[in-house]
Design a protein around this ligand. Structure first.
Ligand SMILES: Cc1cc2nc3c(=O)[nH]c(=O)nc-3n(C[C@H](O)[C@H](O)[C@H](O)COP(=O)(O)OP(=O)(O)OC[C@H]3O[C@@H](n4cnc5c(N)ncnc54)[C@H](O)[C@@H]3O)c2cc1C
Length: 371
């Protein structure tokens, strides 16, 4: 049996790619797990991207039209009339995409693990039995610890962080607002998020250490005994190259196509899936990386932002909150902020002379990092 494309990894990106390709190619997906979902992931996806990518509406659990930002002593909020982001159920998202791909002709090998390549074929294992599958192209969509990336000798320069997330029962009456808490005294590695599923349940998490999350739950007055789900998972902020070697390409977390600003990776991977589809249609895999240049620019902006965050003291963060919480800044964020284009959002703020001057006064490195 020879396929045109064998996708290794049936996460959101692998399944989305399978769905995109199945009409034009003979496609198969290999997924290590026996069922979809289960990965640690809050599931926040920008509303505009969700609609543009045509993702299944059944997966939407909640819609956010605003955010409240808290530092150690300050807070401000931004709000829009229309929803800006959706909270999705990962299992429904992944399974529905897989079902749609199968309806278009894709074939799935569940509970099957990719082991490596041998003589141009993929070596797979299902319930202890090894077998080989041949394809013209192989795509590694197998996540941050990609075995495909290792098999092609891709080089990684990245910061790896473990994320910890709970689903906790509490009072979240403003269920259409996400909370973002930036407090380096509580967690020097990352911000905390509170994303309501509904008025009585929220996904709360951070990256760095589980102790930091425990401290935050206490401060946010959420009881550890009210936690109904706990998950952890790893993200990688940095670069993994090349994305293409011979007839093998990497996509999604396997290629570290993830925002270092927020650790969101679903949209970037899916945007790259379109670029990969076009490259495959042209029979020119090398065109894929070039077509993802927008994503590469966003990632490199995110890495600069991340380095800046690492260097900033909490006192400097308090001053930045002062600037971003001003009426002028909030008006810009409300009118122009783009959930998936953080570079555009930063530029919109820095274009205002008064805000620019205030940020330079806090530290010129802020402006250097953001431009
Ligand atoms: C705590 C946390 C919160 C997050 N929150 C968000 C969020 O709110 N929004 C967002 O956009 N992103 C979020 N992310 C990031 C997001 O989870 C990833 O970017 C996204 O899952 C990437 O999708 P993917 O399909 O590339 O990889 P994965 O989702 O990792 O899927 C890879 C698939 O490959 C399979 N696989 C692995 N190895 C093999 C193998 N050898 N053989 C066969 N199959 C294999 C795995 O079982 C898995 O199903 C979060 C991450 C963490 C850790």
């Amino acid at each position: 049996m020879k396929y045109d494309v064998l996708i290794i990894g049936g996460g959101p990106v692998g399944n989305y790619l399978a769905y995109l390709l199945a009409g034009d190619f003979r496609v198969a997906v290999v997924e290590k797990k026996g069922s979809f979902g289960g990965k640690a992931c809050t599931g926040i996806i920008g509303a505009e991207s969700f609609e543009r990518l045509g993702l299944p509406k059944d997966a939407i659990l909640n819609k956010f039209r605003g955010a409240v930002f808290y530092s150690r002593i300050r807070s401000f909020e931004v709000e829009r009339k229309a929803p800006q982001a959706y909270l999705v159920d990962r299992k429904i998202l992944e399974k529905t995409l897989a079902e749609k791909a199968i309806r278009r002709g894709a074939e799935y090998y569940m509970a099957t693990t990719f082991i490596g390549f041998r003589n141009g074929r993929a070596v797979l294992q299902h319930l202890g039995k090894e077998f080989e599958v041949e394809a013209t192209f192989y795509i590694g969509a197998d996540g941050v610890n990609s075995a495909v990336a290792k098999a092609i000798g891709a080089r990684t320069r990245a910061e790896f962080l473990t994320g910890f997330e709970v689903e906790v029962v509490g009072d979240f009456s403003r269920k259409d607002f996400v909370e973002v808490w930036v407090n380096k005294d509580m967690n020097p590695d990352f911000f905390f998020w509170v994303a309501p599923v509904n008025e009585g349940l929220a996904r709360v998490g951070t990256f760095g250490s589980v102790d930091a999350l425990a401290r935050f739950l206490k401060v946010r007055m959420l009881k550890p005994e009210a936690v109904v789900e706990f998950k952890s998972g790893v993200v990688g902020f940095g670069t993994r190259r090349p994305w293409v070697r011979g007839n093998v390409a990497l996509i999604g977390d396997a290629a570290l196509q993830i925002k270092p600003t927020t650790a969101g990776g679903i949209v970037f991977g899916m945007v790259c899936a379109h670029a990969l589809k076009n490259a495959l249609l042209e029979d020119n895999l090398d065109a894929y990386e070039k077509a993802c240049s927008w994503i590469r620019r966003q990632i490199s902006f995110g890495l600069r932002f991340r380095r800046l965050f690492r260097r900033l003291s909490q006192d400097a963060i308090e001053e930045i909150f002062d600037v971003l919480g001003s009426e002028e800044a909030r008006a810009i964020i409300e009118a122009q902020a783009d959930f998936d284009d953080h570079l555009k959002t930063a530029k919109a703020i820095l274009r205002r002379p008064r805000l620019l001057a205030k940020l330079i006064r806090i530290s010129p490195s802020i402006v250097r990092a953001l431009l």
